[in-house]
Ligand binder design. Sequence first.
Ligand code: GDP
Length: 435
Amino acid sequence: MNTIYALSTAPGRAGVAVIRISGEGAREAVTALTGEAPGRPREAKLRRFRDPESGAPLDLGLLLFFEAPASFTGEDVAELHIHGGRAVVAAMLRALGHMHFLRAAAPGEFTRRAFEHGKLDLTAVEGLADLIDAETEAQRVQALRQMEGALGKLYECWRARLVKALAYAEAEIDFPDEEVPGDLLAKLGPEIHALASEIAAHLDDGRKGERLRDGVEVAIVGPPNAGKSSLLNRLAGREAAIVSEEAGTTRDVLEVRLDIAGVPVTLADTAGLREAANAIEREGVRRALARAEAADLRLVLVAPGAGGDFSLAREGDIRVVNKLDLDAEVPKGAIGISALTGQGLDALEAALREKIGAAYEAQEHPLITRARHREGLSDCAASLARAGEALEAGRDAELVAEALRLAARALGRITGRVDVEDLLDVIFRDFCIGK
Ligand code: GDP
């Protein structure tokens, strides 16, 4: 039973629901439900769906049929666009469940098939998952780009160059007396160097892509009673707060998720600089301080009567004086606000938008979005460095080749394409060596 089906839209009452069927049996399933063959692919058809056993009508809806390989999964795919009532969806799923040649899809199985049939590489699969999870505009832009292959293409291009370099090294091993590949060092040195510096530049991205995916951390720090939680609540009330609950929120730190300039921001009142009464509180303070330290952006808040000044503030922090309504003095370079009356909040929000928007605006080059990519790239860079060293030291071509092979594999692991040998065959074919 290799034909799968599933409800592809969110469960629950809705105008329309889409059920997808993928695999060899998709055509047969459609015929069983509609009493006729799917007809021309990619053409929407109005069909009455019936229970194949009793003949009773289930719903009136649209049928879309995609013929392999021109479909999302690369297999025959049928999409049934039906009314999104709970009972309609349940009845359709029940009818499909009774067809012995179908089975319910496992989570992610449609996408898995798309990967297995070469429709998407792993980075595109991740992009698709991120696109579905995207909560803000900048996340959407990044995910869409990745889904459309921006990262995959970059890595495949590097991998192809590596494999080509590997082919030269292999040629040197297989045909040592041939003049053709020429001096290995002269041939490969510049290319290995170029690849290494391109990959290093890609790795040195300030983790922006990962931050955009996971959320940018902004910490409000300041002495007790400066108004940190008042400010947090104010901002949460004014900005679009993202409601989905983040797991792992510690109780020492009060936080809200906001959408600022299209970037998901976790705004945390680290409550950190309080005098701790006991060991548990001290631990809380320690964690809060560590969190503030690790934040991507800090908002340093002071207020008259609360003590503290901007001596804690560092370059890049946003300095805020609260309680303007109490005639607080605002030094140059700081923003005066009142969390109580809302005065000055526009200026503070503008400063936040400017800092965050500028740092995370769409980049010319695609960004690393997961630790998995970073690991693969670091492994690749390390192997590449070894290849370069072996080459410079005039070591055996075998050593150079082995390091290049590992470097190519490390990239292949990121995209899920590990067929170095296949690529080598192709490259060797137009190498015209020997004979
Ligand atoms: P935190 O300890 O830094 O989190 O400070 P809170 O947000 O708990 O505020 C401490 C006290 O200052 C509370 O009584 C607030 O109502 C008050 N407060 C906060 N912001 C303002 C403000 O802008 N003006 C005035 N007058 N009082 C404020």
